[in-house]
Write a protein that binds this ligand. Structure first.
Ligand code: BDR
Ligand code: CA
Length: 320
């Protein structure tokens, strides 16, 4: 059984990943921690509560960080990708359920401390909540079971950046937090654009999901229209890469991903702000910037067809 904390800036693809976790039989969702990113913190938190209520998710929702720890790339929120309400501008009744009183970073620390070596963290937004949790509890990396993050881009398979030529949105949205998280020494796997762009959902997949996944399929089909429109404007095709659900797939079936061990730094200023740069842990570089850093696992390749199959089979359980 996987006990999971989901740290998320809900967001269309975040919503799809949350339902993936919810319907995965081997997952016991412990908490949903919101963060700013795809929309402001009030909006992403409301979206978490909305999905919790609509789909009967037991896990509590904790409100997380509302701003970056340091300089970031760009201002505002990507309403042109996720809609102004973060969920494709579908009609959203106000949820009647509420957040817990404890702030998100504190909740991460408490849940992990109460269940040492049992908790997996899946983080698919800015890494601000995790950096704050590390400040409160520096031994956190020795207490988690594992951690999978969606973020970054290393150039494998030709994928480098989606908010600049070299930077991915989650990392560029709080580079300092990401650099701290990658330095902390936990069993951490990075699922970047290198592999998320190698797993693609198209309209036929969404239509099938709508048939087999009951209300979850209906909801995903409704919110995804806006996401398809955005990607069609960029690539000319009505299809999108599977970002946040890839982190869930990597947790559930790591065998679908090829990884390398790497020491990872993040550019925290300048023209390349938000770039993730992987170093060889054994190399003796002329700079100290990578020296002595703990290694992370960086995903380089994926069996995308099997990831899609896992997603479909899991969501089909919602239709039973
Ligand atoms: C990441 O940025 C966000 O817009 C998505 O939810 C995903 O986590 C992709 O770069
Ligand atoms: Ca996200």
């Amino acid at each position: 059984m996987n006990k999971v904390i989901f740290d998320t800036d809900i967001g269309i693809d975040d919503a799809m990943a949350l339902l993936f976790l919810h319907y995965a039989p081997e997952v016991e969702l412990q908490a949903i921690v919101s963060g700013f990113g795809n929309a402001d913190i009030a909006t992403t938190t409301r979206n978490a509560l909305y999905i919790k209520e609509r789909f009967g998710i037991d896990a509590p929702v904790y409100r997380g960080a509302g701003e970056a720890l340091g300089p970031k790339l760009g201002d505002g929120y990507p309403d042109f990708v996720h809609g102004s309400n973060g969920l494709g501008d579908i009609e959203l009744p106000e949820p009647t359920v509420s957040t817990e009183a404890m702030p998100g970073p504190d909740a991460i620390v408490e849940i992990v401390r109460n269940d040492p070596n049992e908790i997996s963290v899946v983080a698919v937004g800015r890494l601000t909540n995790l950096a704050l949790a590390l400040e409160r509890c520096p031994e956190l990396p020795t207490l988690v079971r594992d951690i999978v993050i969606m973020g970054g881009a290393f150039g494998f398979n030709g994928h480098r950046g989606n908010v600049s030529p070299v930077a991915e949105a989650n990392i560029a949205g709080d580079p300092l937090a990401a650099d701290r998280v990658f330095a902390a020494g936990w069993p951490l796997t990075i699922v970047g654009l290198d592999v998320t762009h190698e797993t693609v959902i198209d309209e036929a997949f969404l239509a099938d999901l709508r048939q087999v996944s009951g209300d979850a399929g209906e909801f995903i089909h409704a919110i995804a229209g806006c996401y398809l429109d955005f990607h069609e404007r960029v690539t000319g095709e009505r299809a999108f890469p599977v970002h946040d659900s890839s982190a869930v797939a990597c947790l559930l079936q790591p065998n679908l991903y090829t990884t390398i061990d790497a020491v990872v730094r993040v550019a925290t200023e300048g023209v390349a702000i938000g770039q993730t740069v992987a170093g060889d842990p054994a190399a003796d570089y002329a700079t100290d910037a990578w020296r002595g850093r703990p290694a992370c696992k960086v995903c380089t390749h994926v069996d995308g067809a099997s990831v899609l199959d896992l997603y479909r089979r899991t969501l089909a359980l919602a239709g039973n």
